[in-house]
Every structure is written in C-alpha cells, then in structure tokens.
Design a protein around this ligand. Structure first.
Ligand code: NAD
Length: 380
C-alpha cells in the first residue's frame, strides 16, 4: 500500500504549489536591472553547435550593451546528459545554482533518457527547469505568410501529464498509473498571458484547445477557467476545439488561417506545435519562449537530434530555430529594435531572398554558413 503514501505526497506537493501560485508576482522589468545576465546552455547532441551560432548573432547585436556592462553572456557548463546522469539528477545542484544567478537563458536541446537507454533514467532537464524556475508559459509562434498562417501557441508549461512524468506509480507488475494535474491558478495565468498578448498585438480570436468532453475533470477545469478569463476580454472572440479535430484543422486550408492565438495544456501543446512547425519548414525552424515572472528561457522546439550526430550531420543542423528563439529573447528583455532586425533577417534568409538552404544534410548549407548569412543581413 506504499502507493497511497506516494499519492498523498503528490497531492501535498501540488497543494503547496497552488498556495505559491496564489502569491502572484509581477513580471520582472529586465531594463530596470543594473546588468542583464544571459546564461547560455549548449545542451546535448546538435545543441552546443546551433546554440553557439545563435550566441554569435546575439553577441553581435548586443555588442554595445556588453561593452557598456549592461549585458553579460555567461556560459553555463555541466547541463549535459553525461553529467546529469552521473549526478542522478535532471539538473545537477551546482548547475542549477549557476542558472539561478542568470536573468534569462538561451538553451540548446537536452537529451531525456528513457527506460533501457545507456544513461540513468533521469527526469527531463527541460521539465525540471520549467518547474524550478516556474516558467509557466511556452510561447511558440509559427508564421508562413504565403499560406496565410500566423499562429501563436500558448502552451501551459508546468502542469498536465508532464508535471509528474517521473512520479507515476507501478501499483503491481501489471498496473501502471501516471497523474495529470490542472489547477485554477495555473490555467488562469497562461490564459491571461494569451489574452493580453492577443489584445496587445491586435489579434481578434483566441482558441482554447482541450479534450474536455472525455477528460472531464482536468480538461474540464482548463476550459472552464479559460472561458472565465475570456470574459475580461470582451473585444476578443473566443472559440474552443478538441485536440483531435484541431490537429486535423491545421491541415484544412479553408479553416487554418482563421486561427490566431491558441491556448493549450502541456501535452497537447507539445504535439500540436511540432505539427504546426512543419508548415514553416520543420522543427529546425521553430523557436520558443518559456516565460515566468522572474526568469525566462528561450530555446528551439526540437530535441538534440541524436540521429544527426550519429550520422555525422551535426554541422548541417538548422540553427534558425535557436536564432529565432534568440530574437524572442531580445524582444522579451527590452531590445525590440535588435529583435526586429533579427526577425527581418530570418525572414529574408528563409523566405524572401533565401540565398542558402539548410536541409540538415550535405546537399544544403551548414549551420555556420547560415549564421554568417544572418549576420550579413543584420549588419546591412
Ligand atoms: P529531435 O527533435 O531531436 O529530432 C528529430 C528529427 O528532427 C532529427 O532526427 C532531425 O531529422 C530533425 N531535426 C531536429 N532538429 C533539427 C535541426 N535543427 N535541423 C535539422 N533537422 C532537425 O527529436 P527526437 O529524436 O525525438 O529527440 C531526441 C532527444 O531530444 C530526446 O532525448 C528528447 O527527449 C530530446 N528533446 C529535447 C527537447 C528540449 O530540450 N527542448 C525537446 C524535444 C526533445
């Protein structure tokens, strides 16, 4: 009956999390800090290579700020699968301490081992970081002007099935149970961020995505709370869809361009945004922001691509995902002019001029050549 104790522990952890969330904090104003410390985490697989390209671009754009002492780039070592597995922790304690000394992070993808892998089966570094730094909103834009696509996904980042992914219980050899958590406070804050974004950016519609007809308790709460928050935004139209038909509607040419801002629980958001990124040229092109009130972390939406490394193709990995994340970082910490410059360069290099094509294979440009191309455009 040990599992009853395990379950009690889970409930008590989540209830204290709810209490913490009730003490709402204001968002940090990065520009009011004496110095903004940008931590750079290379990660695993293709991560260190593509992240170094993005760092090079950001260092160029923020060169004057670094000289003035307003911005510091700080490399964080040790967030690798080898070190994490050896420490038996999702993020080793000393690495977490270093991370917490930064204000904002640019992060390469990190490998998450699964049962049977050569490494200890540690929790996902991403999930741990999102929980530790309370990065509750995962914002993932996908834009394909020629298809009329301009979507911004607000994926809840700290709850759902992922929050307790390593706390499932094997009740017997035959029965395994995982837990899914949705809270009023967790849903309210992601919904408010999405509606505020919609209002600020002139978007007319927000779409809530769940499977509330079947997953009645947790998705039911998510939908109900989002609809309650929506009442404070009467100027914005609201609709709700179930995740299965939503996955289909992203492919429906007549319907898809009507979607603008979407709010989803963690798991559905993870899956749907990978599908969405495919329209833009694949996961290698998509960046994301993980936003909290005190910290924020910016990364590609894809993983460490171990197959590319095994096949010796890591130099051909597309860095535009993490460069795009870097543009989002610039905007978030108050360097909008530099961010716009970088977004424009990405548009020129991947859509309008597209002098180089990154394919992930030797028939395309290398990541370094693409980063040079971006630098050429931002310095024009
Ligand atoms: P993946 O996203 O790493 O790669 C899948 C495939 O997508 C690759 O084989 C490659 O063909 C393509 N791809 C990905 N990034 C690319 C790029 N920049 N340029 C060109 N092609 C690219 O997915 P996976 O193989 O399922 O996951 C590998 C590891 O990454 C796992 O351990 C997983 O847990 C982890 N992961 C980490 C994150 C993160 O750190 N945010 C996110 C997802 C997965």
């Amino acid at each position: 009956m040990d599992y009853i104790k395990d379950f009690e522990k889970i409930v008590s952890q989540q209830l204290s999390r709810v209490e913490k969330m009730k003490q709402t904090q204001d968002f940090i104003d990065y520009q009011s800090l004496d110095k903004i410390i940008i931590g750079v985490i290379g990660g695993d697989g293709i991560g260190p290579i593509i992240t170094a390209h993005a760092k090079r671009v950001l260092e160029y754009l923020l060169g004057d700020e670094v000289k003035k002492g307003k911005v510091e780039f700080r490399t964080i070592e040790g967030c690798t699968i080898e070190k994490r597995a050896a420490a038996g922790k999702a993020i080793p304690d000393d690495v977490l301490d270093e991370i917490k000394k930064c204000n904002v992070l640019l992060k390469g993808p990190t490998t998450t081992p699964r049962k049977g892998d050569k490494w200890a089966n540690v929790e996902s570094a991403n999930v741990a970081m999102r929980k530790e730094l309370d990065l509750f909103a995962n914002v993932r834009p996908v834009k394909v002007p020629e298809l009329g696509i301009d979507w911004t996904f607000f994926r809840e980042n700290t709850e759902c099935l992922y929050a307790m992914g390593s706390q499932g219980i094997n009740i017997t050899d035959d029965l395994a149970i995982d837990f899914r958590v949705i809270t009023t406070q967790g849903t309210e804050r992601i919904a408010k961020l999405a509606f505020d974004y919609a209002r600020k950016n002139g978007k007319k519609r927000v779409t809530i995505i769940t499977k509330a007809n079947v997953v009645k308790t947790t998705d039911g709460k998510f939908l109900e709370v989002c609809k309650r928050v929506a009442k404070d935004y009467p100027d914005i139209e609201v609709d709700d869809w179930y995740i299965d038909i939503m996955a289909a509607k992203l492919i429906d040419e007549k319907r898809r361009s009507q979607f603008e801002v979407m709010i989803l629980p963690n798991l559905y958001g993870d899956i749907l945004t990978d599908e969405a990124a495919e329209f833009q040229g694949g996961v290698g092109t998509a960046g994301s922001a993980n936003i909290g009130t005190r910290y924020s972390m910016f990364e590609a939406i894809h993983g460490s691509a171990p197959r590319m490394v095994e096949e010796g193709r890591e130099i051909y990995a597309d860095p535009s995902s993490v460069i795009r994340a870097g543009a989002m970082l610039l905007s978030h910490i108050g360097y909008q002019k530099e961010a716009d410059k970088l977004f424009d360069a990405l548009e020129i290099c991947t859509v309008t001029e597209k002098k180089l094509k990154v394919t992930g294979r030797p028939d395309g440009a290398t990541g370094a050549e693409f980063a040079d191309y971006i630098l050429e455009k931002v310095s024009e």
